[in-house]
Design a protein around this ligand. Sequence first.
Ligand SMILES: [Zn+2]
Length: 126
Amino acid sequence: MNKVELKWKLTPEEYHVTQEKGTEAPFSGEFVNHHEKGMYTCVVCGSPLFPSDVKFDSGTGWPSFADALPNAIKHVPDATNGMSRTEITCANCGAHLGHVFDDGPTETGKRYCVNSVCMEFEKKNR
Ligand SMILES: [Zn+2]
């Protein structure tokens, strides 16, 4: 999808965060306190990213996951803002999603910190 198509498809905030590596304000996203069963998918291309059963409440103000679906996420070293972090992007379309940290409280030790605006939710009906 080219820039013009993306700008048409996405809201200005979705475009800014996914394409320009922006960050939504903490506690502002629709999925911070979201506990339904289902699958979080990429807002840009619809690829499944995070199942709801690995979501946990990190208290950071962003939706947080202990793990991601295999091969759904690309890990990219990110040294911007004077920090050494790992950016996570959608493996299919390259959309910026957030960052992953090694301080997760669950048994994976990972904390995938994801902007709500980068995701859509598909509810599990069965
Ligand atoms: Zn995508």
